[in-house]
Ligand binder design. Structure first.
Ligand code: ZN
Ligand code: ZN
Length: 245
């Protein structure tokens, strides 16, 4: 399920950045928010962090929809008809896997497997995104966007919220140059990363509602074709949702 070794580097860097930013947020920002503003922001931030990483883990360990190669089918005993001959379903022959792959599937060069309803290979989670793990992938992107938004709100409150200005903790924070510098750098870093993830989130919500995969979207852009929103192929179509459970 997990991608090639060379993708371990972008995945490790992504994980390191996410964990480091959350640790800085928890250590430097959360204590003040918890006692002086509201415990709700630190609580929600931590929950979103856990949810996002749980979904990242599910995205990585779930079979994206790998189609077994011919030799695997032969070892089992028989090759299902769907993978043996060219039908009316725009099947293409994969020279590597030696099978006719169904429409919308594609051979991932990095993982060296054919994947059903292939969306893209994501180096940041080191996995192919396809029929079975797309729902976890989009859930992860949405929860990371919400996490970023929550943490930005927390840091802004930390910097600007005055509340009871007479309290000693407020003036201690206000006069701590190091703490304020950490908060500003953190706010800028999280805002930059959240803007990127937000764009990714909007993109995937758009294509999932229109029923396209990232690969099909790129092809359609090339061929200047449009796919109807909420079409038969939509990820939100009840039949496909039931099938993907
Ligand atoms: Zn293949
Ligand atoms: Zn792949």
């Amino acid at each position: 399920m997990i991608g090639p070794k060379e993708d371990l580097k972008p995945f490790s860097i992504t994980l390191f950045i996410l964990v480091t930013l959350e640790i800085i947020f928890v250590l430097f920002i959360c204590p003040y928010l918890w006692y002086e503003v509201s415990y709700i922001i630190p609580m929600i931030s931590l929950q979103l962090f856990i949810i996002a990483h749980f979904l990242m883990f599910l995205t990585m360990i779930t079979d994206p929809g790998i189609i077994p190669r011919k030799e695997v089918f032969q070892a089992i005993g028989e090759i299902p008809d769907i993978f043996t001959s060219e039908g009316t379903d725009k099947k293409k022959f994969c020279k590597t896997c030696q099978i006719y792959r169904p429409a919308r599937s594609n051979h991932c060069r990095k993982c060296d497997n054919c994947v059903e309803v292939f969306d893209h290979h994501c180096p940041f989670v080191n996995a192919c995104i396809g029929k079975n793990n797309y729902k976890y992938f989009i859930g992860m992107v949405i929860s990371l966007t919400l996490l970023g938004g929550m943490n930005i709100a927390g840091v802004i409150l930390f910097i600007f919220y005055d509340g009871d200005t007479g309290r000693s903790s407020r003036s201690l924070v206000k006069n701590d140059t190091f703490l304020m510098a950490v908060a500003v750098v953190l706010a800028l870093s999280i805002t930059f990363l959240t803007a990127l993830v937000f764009c990714l989130c909007i993109f995937h919500m758009k294509i999932s509602m229109s029923g396209e995969t990232t690969k099909e979207f790129r092809l359609n852009i090339k061929q200047n074709q449009s796919v109807a929103w909420f079409g038969e192929k939509s990820w939100f179509h009840p039949r496909l949702l039931i099938q993907s459970l």
